[in-house]
Structures are given as C-alpha cells and as structure tokens.
Design a protein around this ligand. Structure first.
Ligand code: DHE
Length: 546
C-alpha cells in the first residue's frame, strides 16, 4: 500500500504539535508519514492504535519518554524474550527506521478516524452479481472442497491452491497485509480480511476463482466469519474491526453492509471506558444463530444472536481482558479463548451463555490460533495451546460429563525443546497421530526454523523437523526468511501443510508432509508465492476441524 493511502487512516500530527513532554523530539512531515506507516505495519496489532497496550505493553508517551530513545532503540532492534520481534535484527527495519520509531513512540499517537455507514457503502463493490456467477462448480473446479486459501501477506493477495494437484489455481488481490480467510457454511466462498479492513469474497466454483465483491468497513481489522447455523447457511458474514472498534454484519452473497454495532465499552473488571475495544477472534456457532466475539480490551466475550439481524441480541459475558484468539473444543459447545496478556484461557459455554472458568494457562502469553483438539485415551477430550512468551504447551480437559476430574484445568504440561517461546500455532486433525507446532518468533535461528511434532497420546514432542536451508533462501542475506509458520491439513487429514515465512524479495515454498509418516511429500514452489503465511482448507474451515 502506498504511503498516501495509509495516511487516510490517521490525522497526521503536524510537525509543530509533537510533544507531550518530548519537546526535543522533532519529526518532519515525511518522517511522521513514514513512522505512521511503520507503526501500523509492525506495532499497532500488539500495542494498539492508541498505544494503550494489549498483547504488548502500553507505549503511551509518559512511559516511553521515561525509557528514552537509546533504550527504545535497543528493544526495537533486538526484541524481547517475551515475544516482541527483533525488527532490526531480522532485517525488517533498517537502523534509520529503528531510530525513527524510537522517537515516534515518544510523541502523542495520532487520532485515527471514525467511519459511518455512508463511508462504508462508498467502498462497496459488487464485482460479479449473483446472477452472473456459476450455478455449479465449473469444469476444472471439481476439487474445490480441498482447495487451500493461502495468505500472501506482504503483497496483499490470496493464492488458491488445489489440495489434490498442489497447483496454484489462481492468485486473487485482497486487502493490505491480508490476515485470514474463513469459508461460509457450504464452503463455496472464501471470505478474506485485510489489515486495512478491506473484506473480499472469492468464488471457488469458478475455474479460475476470482473476487466477486469487496468492501472496506474498517481501517484496521483482523477477523471475519459467516453464519453457520443450518437455517442461516451462507446468509450473513461478519467483520470484526480493530478500528473503528465495531462489528459489521453484511449480506454473504454480496458483502453489502447491513448493521454496524460499536464495541466501545467498559472494561469488565475496573469499569473504565475504553474507546479502543478491538474485535479479535470471531467464531460461528454451528448449533445456534450466534457469533462468539472477543472484545479484546474490555475482557468481554459477546454472544451475538444474528437471527433478527437488524435488532441483534447480545449477551456480554465477562471473561478476562486482552482476549485474542481461540477455537472450539471437540464438542463445539465451549469456546476456548486466550486472554493472552493475562496468561489465561477463558472458557465460554455457548449453550448456557456464560463463563465456565478463567484458567491460568501455566505459561506466558498463550496463542492458540484455533488450538488443537485431541480425544485422549486416558484424559478424555483435551484442547491444546502453546505460548508466545514461554516454551510451554498445555492440554486442558474439556469434558465435564465423562471426565469431570479433568475438566477445566491443565491436565498435562510439557515443553518445546530449548529456551524461549515463539510458538504461534498448533494444529491437528482426527486422522493424524500428531499435533504440529511452529516457533517463528523465537529469536534463536535454529529453534525458529524447525517443526515440532507432538504425539497425541504421549503429549510430548517426539520429533523436530529442521527445515533445510535451501527452502529459507532470500535474495538479500540480511533479510532472513523466518521458519515455518502455521499448519493446515488437507480435507482427509492425510497431509499437513506449512509455509515458509519469507520476505518480499523471494518466493517461498509451502511444504507438504505426510501427517502420519512425517515424510516430506511435496514442495509447492511457485514464483507467485510471496510471503505465504496462513492456510485455510475449505473442508476443515467449514467444519471447524482442528
Ligand atoms: Fe494473527 C488469527 C490478530 C499477527 C497469522 N490473529 C488471529 C486472530 C486475531 C489475530 C485476533 C483470530 C482471528 C479469528 O479467529 O477470528 N495477528 C493478530 C494481531 O493483532 C497480530 C498479533 C499483530 C498484527 O499486527 O496483526 C497478528 N497473525 C499475525 C501475523 O504476523 C501472522 C503470523 C502472519 C500473517 O499473515 O499475518 C498471523 N493470525 C494469523 C493466522 C490466524 C490468525 C494464520 C488464524 C489461525 C487459524 O488457524 O485459524
């Protein structure tokens, strides 16, 4: 995205108004523009647009001024053991950019703009009307239920890859620094959300899948999902905005906006008003016409009943602050959500509409993605998460009826080998003996570039798979490819896919392993695969299999 475009996000403070005690810090207009973009790209997700902190600590000027430019430069360059990436060390920020950011975060945060329904509607584009779309999968699209949508993060695109042939069937433009995709209940459309708040939908029945609609309800976003209850299949989609903090319901065929609900609210514990009440994970219930929505800063999980779409009923469940990502337990009744800055897993009973328990995760900064479910022979059903800030992996019992002694507590804890955390995702499939874990934000190069294989019955790491250096190549040796990131299985669970988190300079491959023998089966090495990160298989996303 061009700088000029990004600047529509913020009212850039004029050169003269920088301050709040940092009178000696002067940034030119160009430096402000540059720093605003770098902050949005690298910092806002964890520290917040208003810098009040969430996964990362507060960066409000009174704190950053006290730390001083030199100390801030070291942290931005080297990272911290708690999970802050070393942006300078990894080559992602130059020494000049590192120095600029150390100054920028000592001045007051620019105020991001609001958005009305009229603003949103102006961004809506129906690219291919429903009547002009295929009425059945076209010739060549027979494998659509085993397609993978692969995020090409830094180029803002989605690659649709055929899970059977391993060929890239199309590359579709999407929002800036695209974040995730989810399917509708039938799987036909992939719904995509960019960090710039642009949502788009891709028709997988086309021989060459394309966007059929796009819409930008937010300036900053991370989540999207759809109505999965049988009476509302493929009827609505929902976009969660980080900024302006809100929930936007749209028509699932066209992305036309229907309803906006602001999430700005009070923190559940101290009852302090927070304008920055960002929408983090959204998950659709299969049993009720309901979305389960993490309102990060407030510590509330909203159970959003969309059956009367213009007059929704919302149950605000008090959970824990800084709710981030999470997924269903094996029964799909309980939502297991990480309140990551509090080292807690909040369990929400969606049948009863209440908090079951806030469980200390026994590690630092749990980060499950959707997590991994195992029907363990002795322990019963357990849900598993890793941590960004420590090397702990924990299994929590989720069956209060048949395994009451194990329910809602950590029943097994074990460690990834070596020091430090850096795990972002764990994933499994009922047809694999293993859970797979990555570690892309561990500062140690060796630990960062391995796959960790966990035996589902032993619940311990039984193998590490180092990624050969040839797959980590980069055109500029100073800007290193991180190791594998995120896992996804094919529809029948026989294969697990992981992507090499490279950089814009060089295409990076997707590696496909047999999910039981662990043999490397294929390397999908296509020059269009620039910064592949998350992968979403149609069947597994439709059915919430993980
Ligand atoms: Fe994500 C899920 C937020 C950085 C890849 N990420 C999520 C979710 C949230 C979130 C709220 C849950 C969405 C849901 O289920 O509805 N992510 C954030 C951030 O705020 C953060 C920390 C910083 C930022 O600036 O954006 C961030 N995320 C990243 C990345 O850098 C990752 C690793 C690479 C990328 O492409 O962006 C990344 N996040 C993912 C993926 C998922 C995800 C692949 C979905 C996991 C799944 O299996 O469902």
């Amino acid at each position: 995205m061009k700088l000029s475009k990004l600047l529509s996000l913020v009212t850039v403070a004029s050169v003269a108004t920088v301050g709040l005690g940092a009178a000696d810090i002067k940034l030119s207009e160009d430096e402000m523009k540059k720093a605003t973009q770098v902050y949005f790209d690298r910092c806002a997700g964890c520290h917040g647009m208003l810098r009040k902190g969430a996964l990362g600590p507060s960066l409000e000027p009174e704190k950053s001024i006290a730390m001083g430019t030199e100390a801030l430069k070291v942290i931005i360059n080297d990272g911290t053991p708690g999970g802050m990436p070393g942006w300078g060390k990894s080559g992602e920020l130059t020494p000049e950019e590192t120095a600029l950011m150390a100054k920028y975060i000592q001045i007051e945060a620019p105020q991001p703009p609001e958005k009305s329904m009229a603003d949103m509607k102006a961004s809506h584009k129906l690219l291919i009307p429903v009547k002009d779309r295929p009425t059945a999968p076209e010739a060549g699209a027979e494998n659509w239920k085993d397609y993978f949508a692969v995020i090409l993060r830094d180029v803002g695109q989605i690659a649709i890859v055929d899970g059977k042939t391993k060929k890239v069937v199309s590359v579709v433009p999407s929002g800036y620094a695209t974040h995730i995709t989810r399917t509708g209940a039938s799987g036909r459309y992939m719904y995509v959300i960019g960090r710039d708040g642009k949502a788009s939908m891709i028709d997988l029945w086309m021989k060459e899948p394309k966007n059929v609609a796009e819409f930008r309800p937010c300036n900053d976003a991370r989540s999207i999902d759809t109505s999965k209850h049988k009476d509302y299949m493929d009827k609505y989609a929902v976009i969660g905005c980080y900024w302006p903090p809100s929930i936007v319901t749209v028509d699932a065929d066209t992305l036309e906006p229907m309803k906006i609900v602001s999430t700005a609210s009070y923190t559940y514990d101290e009852n302090v008003y927070t304008r920055e009440a960002r929408v983090a994970a959204i998950i659709a219930s299969h049993e009720k016409p309901e979305w389960v929505i993490n309102v990060k800063e407030t510590g509330q999980v909203w159970l959003y009943d969309y059956s009367n779409v213009m007059n929704p009923k919302i149950t605000m469940v008090e959970a824990e602050r800084f709710l981030h990502d999470g997924g269903w337990d094996l029964s799909k009744r309980y939502f297991m959500s990480a309140a990551n800055a509090r080292d807690v897993i909040s369990v929400i009973d969606t049948q009863e509409g209440k908090l079951v328990k806030n469980i200390p995760s026994q590690g630092t900064k749990p980060h499950p993605g959707r997590g991994a479910n195992v029907d363990h022979k002795k322990l019963g059903p357990v849900w598993i998460t890793g941590h960004i800030g420590s090397n702990d992996i924990v299994a929590i019992g989720t069956d209060p009826v048949n395994h009451p002694k194990n329910a809602w507590k950590v029943v097994k804890k074990f460690q990834l080998p070596g020091e430090g955390g850096g795990n972002l995702f764990v994933k499994t499939h009922p047809n694999s003996k293993y859970i797979f874990a990555d570690r892309p934000v561990n500062p140690d190069r060796k630990l960062q570039t391995q796959i960790y294989v966990i035996d589902k019955e032993k619940l311990e790491v039984v193998k590490t798979i180092p990624i050969p250096e040839k797959y980590l190549k980069s055109a500029d040796p100073k800007v290193k490819a991180r190791g594998p990131v995120h896992f996804e299985f094919n529809a029948d669970g026989s294969e697990v896919w992981t992507s090499i988190w490279g950089n814009k300079l060089t295409a990076s491959p997707i590696l496909v392993f047999d999910s039981n023998t662990l043999e490397l089966k294929s390397v999908i090495d296509d020059k269009r695969l620039i910064t592949p990160t998350g992968k979403f298989n149609v069947t597994n996303t439709m059915t919430d299999t993980y």
